[in-house]
Design a protein around this ligand. Structure first.
Ligand code: TRP
Length: 328
């Protein structure tokens, strides 16, 4: 391995990706390819813990993979695959479950939150969610896991499971992963209040048309204290300004910063400018996406090839694991 080590990350198949997904994860996944050997997984098995039907699962998986590829995941270098296509992870999950204490699983804040969110569907899979996640990570001898801050307890937990396994079987086959926090701006939705998310329908899709994008941007909530066009605004509390700082040229950022404060520019004008800059930024992504989408089997070929390469690593790890456990 010529690179610095292996990176693994996973995300649930949520379909078309939005700006929050891009800034919070994908952009970082793309950048990490420079220095690491990267494995990126669409975790459809994890998704089964919460979805009521698998009807859209495949479609969501394909759309998400297409967005990741268009954004710059390079399948010749990195492994991009779907979790259920590497069943070895389910076997490892079972072995790891035997060194995981039930009380620790029921104590996890993420589990408690799910129990609150879906009291009528507190399934066994939900409880094992972090164990399966650990299996994902360690199956590929991962060194580093880039995740958002909300997933940090899961990585800490994975480290504990690895220690328990290695201790119980007096081995070193499993590697304790390091967490790498993705330092990202908090991306709020068009409501200007909640984190951008598909379920809240406050998102802007990367693959939206320029017209749709502009329409969504014009719905964005700005400084609530600015009611009339003649009121001076405060960019420091305005989500549109936050986004200008990410997607607009410095000259526009400086202009908005000055003109908003003295009501020299109105919110509609400011948002129109942001929409234009955002569309310009997304233009190469959209062109690439269209080009990839025009090749009928491209995404499934990439995912099948990724799964094949993932299975080769997984088989090797599982042979070591079984040997360490002295299984017959
Ligand atoms: N639990 C993660 C999430 O909800 C997804 C995930 C599954 C994951 N397996 C992983 C993330 C392994 C990092 C590593 O976002």
């Amino acid at each position: 391995m010529s690179k610095k080590g292996r990176v693994f990350s996973g995300a649930r198949p949520t379909g078309r990706q939005h700006l929050g997904n891009y800034l919070g994860a994908i952009k970082n996944y793309v950048a990490l390819q420079e220095d690491y050997d990267c494995v990126y997984c669409i975790v459809d098995v994890h998704a089964l813990t919460t979805v009521e039907t698998t009807e859209n699962l495949k479609q969501n998986t394909m759309e998400m993979a297409l967005d990741w590829l268009a954004a710059g995941i390079r399948p010749e270098e990195s492994i991009l695959f779907v979790q259920s296509q590497v069943p070895q992870v389910m076997e490892l999950h079972t072995y790891l479950s035997m060194v995981t204490q039930l009380g620790k699983l029921t104590d996890l804040p993420t589990f408690k939150e799910k129990v609150r969110q879906q009291p009528d569907n507190v399934n066994y899979g939900l409880l094992g969610y972090p164990v399966l996640m650990t299996a994902d990570i360690v199956l590929y001898k991962t060194d580093i896991v880039p995740v958002g801050i909300d997933q940090a307890p899961h990585i800490e937990f994975a480290r504990e499971i690895v220690r328990s396994f290695n201790f119980r079987y007096n081995t070193k086959v499993l590697i304790e992963p390091q967490v790498k926090h993705t330092e990202v701006p908090k991306v709020l939705g068009i409501d200007g209040k909640e984190k951008m998310s598909k379920s809240l329908n406050n998102h802007i899709e990367l693959a939206a048309t320029p017209e749709e994008t502009k329409k969504r941007v014009l719905e964005m909530v700005t400084d609530p204290a600015r009611i009339k066009r003649s009121d001076p605004g405060n960019p420091d509390v305005c989500n549109v300004f936050t986004m200008h700082k990410i997607f607009s040229p410095q000259s526009d950022v400086d202009m908005v910063n000055v003109e908003c404060r003295r009501a020299g520019i109105g919110c509609v004008e400011c948002k129109t400018l942001y929409a234009r800059n955002l569309n310009k930024h997304l233009e190469p992504f959209r062109a690439k996406r269209a080009e990839l989408a025009s090749q009928p089997d491209l995404v499934s070929d990439v995912l099948n090839d990724g799964a094949k390469r993932a299975r080769a690593i997984a088989d090797k790890t599982m042979a070591e694991v079984r040997e360490a456990m002295q299984l017959p």
